[in-house]
Ligand binder design. Structure first.
Ligand code: EPU
Length: 423
């Protein structure tokens, strides 16, 4: 069984460039479907989620080619409006294809999307938004068919600031007739990145990053070359690893403005941070402190995607902290695994009480979702002894060769495939 074998206890040192953002690249790749032509999306990380998106695009008829970290897509050749069920089930982000396909092909047929097991993840807000734009939605036995001869601008209030629903509606609305206003929109940096991409294509979108996004429909778009923003969660994960191992690292290709709440918490633990240009220098401390209460929230709140990694870090700080999870109802599966490594964690209903210990110890642990996996890896780097992290397919969804990145920083980590070479 594939696993990371980590010999812990060695501080991380060195410099690493942060990969492009998965959660920007996925909707942007979907948005290329909006218009015929040859697009180039740059700084795309090599991840299994990106691979699934690529396979879906190819199944729809798109021609796609990787060149290093750039992807060239020829989107004139789409031949179907049905997304294959087997691929749809592999990744929740396949839902992003609805908006662009509806806009371009006037029809899209999907099956309910899959994704990380982090709680109930309905798509009602996506469907509500598309239907307010004029789409007819039919739900049958295991499929959802959306059709619209014409999409028209609408005033859409989201009950929750859903990242995906905001993005899907933005993409559907760019070529709709009239003006669309999304109220209570999500404000994540990836929404602003999608806005920049759409505007570069000739769309008229404003307000991303605020709770009100306004999309003025335009008749035509054109293909573009575009570079996605750096991944703030990968940067946060590596910064937490440096703090936790008492190391000192320099992360390049970072946008500080995107990382406010994560950096604030790292500083509260006693880690030392310095920013210069697009570089973040992080230095750990042998005496990290607890931080009191932390609550995850929509951006600019503390990101749920950093919650497991922060919990790993707080497990070895002096004193007690508490983390409440407010975005997903099933995102504490790493708790049991961290406890195997010696963490003192007491789960309550939607929160976990963390009693810091002097150190964790190595154990065999199971990654149950992407960020839980990342938390176990950084815990393993700081722990005494050897940690084996199983379930690497979860980690591969969001971290581009995490083992290589950590090796570059002096981490003792090896990807073990369990296969013995035959002579
Ligand atoms: N929700 C609904 N109905 C909907 C949509 C969402 O009730 O129609 C609820 C969800 O169940 C959840 C909350 O709204 O409780 C927020 O979900 P949101 O739609 O914002 O999340 P998402 O778009 O599915 C994106 C990221 C996630 C990240 C969340 C929150 C991508 C591809 N995924 O998911 O990233 O956790 O926003 O920030 O952008 C990750 O990278 O590890 C990851 C899970």
């Amino acid at each position: 069984m594939e696993q990371y074998v980590i010999k812990g206890g060695k501080p991380l040192y060195g410099t690493v460039r942060v990969q492009g953002a998965k959660n920007s690249a996925l909707p942007i790749l979907a948005a290329t479907l909006l218009v015929e032509g040859i697009h180039e999306i740059r700084d795309v990380p090599h991840l299994s989620d990106i691979d699934v998106m690529g396979r879906i695009l190819k199944a729809l008829g798109v021609r796609m080619r990787w060149d290093g970290n750039n992807i060239k897509l020829e989107t004139s050749t789409i031949k179907t409006s049905r997304i294959p069920e087997s691929l749809m089930r592999q990744m929740r982000s396949s839902i992003f294809l609805m908006g662009p396909m509806l806009s371009r092909l006037h029809e899209v047929i999907i099956t309910p999307p899959g994704g990380c097991a982090i709680g109930a993840r309905p798509i009602d807000l996506h469907l509500k938004g598309l239907s307010l734009l004029g789409a007819k939605i039919e739900e049958g036995d295991g499929f959802i068919r959306c059709t619209a001869t014409k999409l028209r601008g609408a005033d859409i209030h989201l009950d929750l600031p859903s990242v995906g629903a905001t993005e899907n509606i933005m993409m559907a609305a760019v070529r709709a007739e009239g003006i669309t206003v999304i109220r209570n929109a999500a404000r994540e940096p990836e929404i602003a990145d999608l806005e920049s991409f759409l505007n570069r294509m000739g769309a008229d979108v404003s307000g991303a990053g605020t709770p009100t996004v306004v999309i003025r429909g335009v008749p035509r778009l054109h293909s573009v070359s575009y570079e996605v923003i750096p991944d703030r969660i990968v940067a946060g994960t590596l910064a937490a690893a440096a703090a936790m191992t008492g190391g000192e690292i320099l992360l390049t290709h970072v946008v500080m403005d995107h990382m406010g709440s994560t950096l604030e918490l790292l500083e509260r633990t006693g880690a030392i941070l310095k920013f210069e240009g697009d570089s973040l220098w992080v230095k750990g401390s042998s005496q990290l402190k607890a931080v009191g209460n932390v609550v995850t929230g929509p951006y600019p709140g503390f990101p749920t995607d950093m919650q497991p990694q922060l919990m790993a870090l707080l497990s070895v700080t002096a004193g007690s902290s508490n983390i409440s999870e407010r975005i997903f109802d099933g995102r504490f599966k790493h708790v049991k695994e961290l406890v195997r490594m010696g963490a003192k964690l007491h789960p309550l209903k939607n929160s976990v009480e963390i009693e810091g210990v002097s150190h964790l110890h190595g154990a065999t642990v199971q990654a149950t979702d992407l960020r839980a996996g990342a938390a176990l890896v950084i815990a393993g780097l700081a722990a005494h002894g050897t940690t084996r992290v199983l379930g690497l397919h979860h980690i591969d969804r969001g971290y581009d060769h995490l083992d290589r990145t950590l090796l570059q920083l002096g981490g003792q980590i090896q990807r073990w495939s369990g296969k013995v070479a035959s002579c």
